[in-house]
Design a protein around this ligand. Structure first.
Ligand code: ADP
Ligand code: MG
Length: 309
């Protein structure tokens, strides 16, 4: 086993044309290494190609070109081993309505060839907080409970790698907490975690490393700390009471006067508190009529990253 849980080279996916819609290129040549033991975030806007990538890893979507190694096994050469190494909690709530949670786990365990004696359905149900619902029909479960069951199903064969596709999109706080607790615990036990999200804050909070994907390409790949450095640029826009004669200055501040009479002061919020910016403004004898801040959001970052290539 190499130090990477996943190694992806030149991965491409074009969905075939169907019912009047043209072919869709969802992945345009992705190279990506995901270190074993990490919590890795795949971040990108809707339609970027995140689920396509995940579903190729899971063996649910057939790639058009490229190579995928999971836990050291080439997906095309050793499909069984590479599939056994990974468990996926899908984005869609696709569950058989007539199975109880316990039965669903037993069926899943059977699919993965987990011997009866090694099955841990009850432990896994307890882990996700479904022990009371073990015998309820899936169709009677709430949306949140179905998500818990999907997580449980992803865990039955005790995979080395757990993939969560948009696990918290539209879920309540309690479920979100349950998910993150489990992610942290499983990761502490050595499981590699890959999660997709379009929430920057979520990736910040949970992930050691992040790849940003846009239009089927990886546009950035870095540690969360390094990426945040790039993301925390802010601009404070000052409307002065009167025309400005002397521009404020200070370490870490990039000040410019705009034609409309406002001042635009760019700074990095990790190093420079907003108060420092305001002090510099007052220090230059400027009285503030109004102030607002502009923050780079994910979309800006995508634009910047795609421009700079
Ligand atoms: P994400 O998960 O980042 O939102 P997806 O991987 O779901 O992105 O989708 C990437 C692109 O591929 C989108 O343009 C989407 O419409 C398209 N796509 C996804 N699944 C299919 C499919 N089964 N058939 C055709 N196009 C698809
Ligand atoms: Mg998706």
């Amino acid at each position: 086993m190499s130090a990477n849980a996943i190694e992806i080279r030149g991965l491409e996916k074009t969905y075939a044309a169907s019912r009047g819609s043209p072919p869709k290129r969802a992945l345009a040549g992705v190279d990506l290494d995901i270190p074993a033991g990490s919590v890795f975030g795949l971040l990108g806007p809707n339609g970027a190609g995140k689920s396509t990538l995940i579903n190729i890893l899971a063996g649910l979507v057939v790639k058009t070109a490229g190579q995928v190694r999971i836990w050291g096994f080439d997906q095309d050469v050793n499909p069984r081993q590479s599939r056994a190494a990974i468990g996926v909690m899908p984005q869609e709530l696709n569950l058989d309505p007539f199975f109880t949670p316990r039965a669903a786990l037993e069926v899943q365990a059977g699919l993965y060839g987990v011997p009866k004696a090694q099955r841990q359905s009850d432990e896994i149900l307890a882990l996700v907080g479904l022990e009371d619902k073990a015998e309820a029909y899936a169709r009677t479960l709430s949306g949140g409970m179905r998500r818990r069951l999907l997580l449980a199903k992803a865990l039955v064969h005790r995979p080395h790698i757990l993939v969560l596709d948009e696990p918290t999109a539209g879920v309540d706080i309690e479920l979100r907490e349950m998910l993150w607790q489990n992610v942290r615990r499983l990761n502490a036990e050595g499981m590699t975690i890959i999660l997709t999200t379009h929430y920057l804050e979520e990736a910040e909070e949970m992930c050691d490393e992040i790849a940003i994907i846009n239009f089927g390409e990886v546009v950035a790949r870095d540690s969360t700390a390094n990426l945040l450095e790039r993301l925390d640029a802010k601009t404070m826009i000052i409307h002065p009471e009167a025309a400005v004669n002397v521009l404020p200055e200070g370490p870490g501040l990039d000040v410019s006067a705009r034609p409309d009479g406002t001042l635009a002061i760019s700074y990095h919020s990790h190093h420079t508190p907003a108060e420092t910016v305001l002090e510099a403004v007052r220090g230059a004898g400027i009285r503030i009529r109004d102030v607002k801040t502009e923050q780079a959001d994910l979309q800006d970052v995508f634009l910047e990253l795609t421009r700079s290539r």
